[in-house]
Design a protein around this ligand. Structure first.
Ligand SMILES: [Zn+2]
Ligand SMILES: [Zn+2]
Length: 276
């Protein structure tokens, strides 16, 4: 078992890196990674401050030295916001990070940001009304164009929860069976394949009871498998107790959608192992 998508107290998670490592060792993990939310150029409560990155890495290395039996990698989950976020490669190079997870939590429209994550559907609904005048097609299109822009222009390893736009939608504004929506998903998959990215199966929606399924959905995973795109399983843990929540059901879903291999990181190097 492994998990490379985790948030500790350097961003919006709880607990020290050591707490996570201890729990991972206790649960017999074979590999682990840290991915604090990357710095953003505006005040916020969820991302790591750039001047804390050296301490973040040092603390992970310290925990790693205490538990040499567990290979630990350190990286960031970087947000892409057009004309606002720094290039992912800047963080990777400046701080010698071992991997980057790329993801979108805020959709940019004319300088305004639509926050599509977090616990409240009201935040999603308000942004949809105030920024997009309830034009769901425009809102979803803007999300996917931003996603395509990230895939094409940033350098990263794993793509985070790439259909998260569905989370607070809860089948109210659009359905996953809508052709226009599916076309965006297929275009995203085409670009992911072109860039050799790893797709994560993210379990957080299920254990936080925000969405009754994985990101991405099983029908999308089938297409990802058909195109021979590598996957990993991410619990997107924000505290040590969450590091393995949903892992078994995600693995089951991966097997059912045809996958027999899974990607993992050992000391920052990516390789595939058998899924069993
Ligand atoms: Zn995320
Ligand atoms: Zn995350």
């Amino acid at each position: 078992m492994f998990n490379f998508h985790t948030h500790c107290y350097y961003c919006d998670g709880q607990g020290k890196p050591k707490d996570f490592v201890q729990e991972a060792v206790k649960q017999s993990f074979t590999a682990f990674g840290f991915s604090s939310h990357g710095p953003l150029p505006f005040d916020n409560s969820f991302s790591i401050k750039e001047n804390n990155i050296p301490a973040y890495i040092a603390e992970i290395k310290e925990a790693s030295a205490e538990f040499p039996q567990l290979p630990i990698s350190y990286g960031l989950e970087c947000d892409f916001i057009p004309n606002l976020s720094k290039p992912f490669s800047y963080f990777k190079q400046t701080y010698g990070l071992q991997y980057i997870i790329g993801g979108i939590h805020m959709v940019e429209k004319d300088g305004q940001l639509w926050f599509i994550d977090g616990p409240l559907s009201a935040t999603y609904d308000d942004g949809l009304a105030n920024i997009f005048h309830n034009d769901i097609r425009l809102a979803v299109k803007t999300y996917f164009y931003q996603l395509f822009n990230m895939i094409e222009n940033e350098q990263f390893d794993i793509i985070a929860h790439f259909d998260k736009i569905k989370m607070h939608n809860k089948n109210r504004y659009f359905l996953e069976t809508d052709k226009w929506y599916q076309n965006y998903i297929f275009e995203a998959i085409r670009l992911i394949k072109e860039k050799n990215l790893i797709v994560e199966i993210n379990t957080r929606g299920i254990y936080k009871q925000r969405y009754n399924g994985f990101y991405p959905s099983a029908w999308i995973l089938k297409e990802i498998h058909r195109q021979n795109i590598p996957i990993t399983i991410s619990m997107d843990a924000h505290q040590a107790q969450e590091i393995s929540l949903g892992y078994e059901s995600a693995k089951q879903c991966a097997l059912e959608t045809g996958f027999r291999k899974i990607s993992q990181l050992i000391d920052g190097k990516i390789f595939e192992t058998n899924l069993q």
